[in-house]
Ligand binder design. Structure first.
Ligand SMILES: *Cc1c(COP(=O)(O)O)cnc(C)c1O
Length: 478
């Protein structure tokens, strides 16, 4: 359909004539020292978009403000704001006020200070990434973490790739390409971000053999499906959902025993993967990597940046012969972990040698296990700082709402947390959310009951001050 012809009234025609030309705006900017260090491309881009936006407003296409100020000063102020935004890096630190600890959209896990330190020590220097300092010749990229991973998990061998999706892909490709992999129907999960077990299976060239039903799968289901074409028995951790009620699944140990009787390897995709038994910290039990290794799984894969609390990585541990052949797979070159990730991973793994230290130092673990009183103290600090703004338009309501682990882990876990519900008279919750999202640094929270909810579980120690400053600045301009 053709757009209807635009008929302009006299006022609109007059206003369009008042619009400055790009060159005029650039001349104004040249005379203003604030633009001295701004690259020409950024300045021109900002000038064009400010003029285009003003035109849109006059034509009533972009917002209800046809009488927007078109004076030089007003245009220049808007160009300044556009330039400021364009000069900011795109990838920026944000304040996570959502209470979702492993938030995939917000970067999943924060690195421990020790991991950041190790990363910085390596990033701007040459390193022994693939150089054996003892022997004085080429070494293995995985040496940095291999022994640590074996030490922590009890596995014979270990390697790492870019992420767990890659770990699953390369493991299946190596162990079962062109042959059958037996999986329970209950294990055919979708993790989000388009990772689905059946699709990864197809991409790996392995043939999916589904057995059992969604809610119940028995050992005999696996056993009856085994034939000469079978290469592997696969178990997948449900991660982000749960089946309750009339259910049955086969414990890993029994699957391993079945595999042994038929000479078949067993692989487990643990998804989140944790080294820490969370039930010891009053949380729900998640299967640990150590338990999977001890049950005799030949290959176990898991993420570096979910419950482990490290950088994005896919970790593969298991029997030496299996890990060795996965390592030698040419696809490994395409999934290769980079040195910055490796440094951050080593820095994280070293902390696990002392579990109590790991739980204190690794932000993901600290946030998940933080006692409610400690969160309440942060909520009180923020409430105090906001009260000190002494603005009667701002109302602060304390609330006890649950946080989530996120990252496709512990789906049923509701962590009791402390929140503040913020409202500003004369400002909708949506407008408040938008203003805080546009703050520098952006503050990301959720709207509930027409209020902006700040969950203090994921707000870091120094961030109540950041949130208070954002509200102070918002109130001063509203
Ligand atoms: C998260 C997850 C993956 C994908 O891991 P990434 O590190 O995000 O690539 C694969 N399998 C399971 C079961 C998961 O939970």
């Amino acid at each position: 359909m053709k757009p209807a012809p635009v008929t302009l009234n006299d006022r609109q025609k007059e206003r369009l004539r008042e619009l400055p030309a790009v060159d005029h705006v650039l001349d104004l900017a040249k005379a203003d020292p604030a633009f001295e260090l701004i690259p020409a491309s950024v300045l021109v881009g900002a000038a064009r978009s400010v003029i285009a936006e003003a035109r849109g407003r006059i034509l009533n296409e972009a917002g209800p403000d046809p009488e927007a100020d078109l004076t030089d000063a007003a245009i220049l102020a808007r160009v300044k704001e556009g330039v400021r935004r364009a000069m900011q890096p795109n990838l920026r630190r944000v304040v996570n006020a959502t209470g979702v600890v492993i938030h995939t959209n917000l970067g999943r896990s924060l690195l421990a200070a020790e991991a950041v330190e190790h990363l910085l020590a390596v990033a701007g220097r040459y390193s022994n990434l693939e150089y054996d300092l003892q022997a004085g010749r080429r070494g293995s990229r995985y040496a940095a973490v291999r022994n640590l991973l074996c030490e922590i998990t009890g596995a014979e061998d270990a390697m790492v790739v870019n992420n767990n999706a890659g770990a699953v892909l390369i493991s299946l490709e190596t162990l079962a390409r062109g042959r059958k992999v037996i999986v329970s129907r209950g294990d055919l999960v979708e993790i989000g971000g388009s990772f689905r077990i059946p699709d990864v299976m197809t991409k790996s060239g392995a043939l999916l053999k589904e057995v059992g039903t969604t809610n119940r799968t028995h050992l005999r289901d696996y056993e009856e499906a085994i034939d000469a074409e079978t290469a592997l028995l696969l178990k997948v951790h449900w991660s982000n959902y749960s089946i309750i009620g009339f259910t049955a699944q086969v414990p890993l140990k029994e699957l391993v025993a079945l595999g042994a009787r038929h000479g078949l390897p067993v692989m487990e995709d643990l998804g989140s993967g944790t080294f820490v038994d969370f039930s010891r910290y009053g949380l729900l039990k998640e299967p640990t990597v150590q338990a999977s290794v001890a049950s005799g799984a030949d290959v176990v894969t898991f993420s570096g940046d979910k419950l482990l609390g490290g950088p994005q990585a896919g970790i593969i541990v298991g029997r030496r012969s299996m890990v060795e052949s996965i390592r030698k797979n040419p696809i490994n070159r395409a999934l290769r972990i980079d040195k910055l990730t490796l440094a951050a991973l080593e820095g994280t793994l070293r902390l696990y040698r002392d579990e109590a230290r790991a739980v204190r130092a690794i932000p993901t673990l600290r946030m998940l296990s933080e006692p409610e009183e400690a969160i309440a103290a942060r909520a009180a600090e923020l409430a105090e700082r906001l009260a000190a703004l002494a603005d009667s338009r701002l109302t602060i309501e304390a609330a006890r709402l649950p946080s989530k682990a996120g990252g496709g882990s512990l789906p049923l876990l509701e962590l009791p947390s402390r929140c503040l519900k913020l409202r500003i008279t004369g400002l909708s919750a949506n407008a408040l959310e938008l203003a805080l999202r546009r703050n520098d640094p952006p503050i990301i929270g959720r709207i509930e009951d027409e209020a902006f909810v700040v969950d203090l579980r994921t707000v870091q120690e120094e961030e109540p001050a950041v949130i208070a400053a954002a509200l102070a600045s918002l109130l001063s301009t509203t």
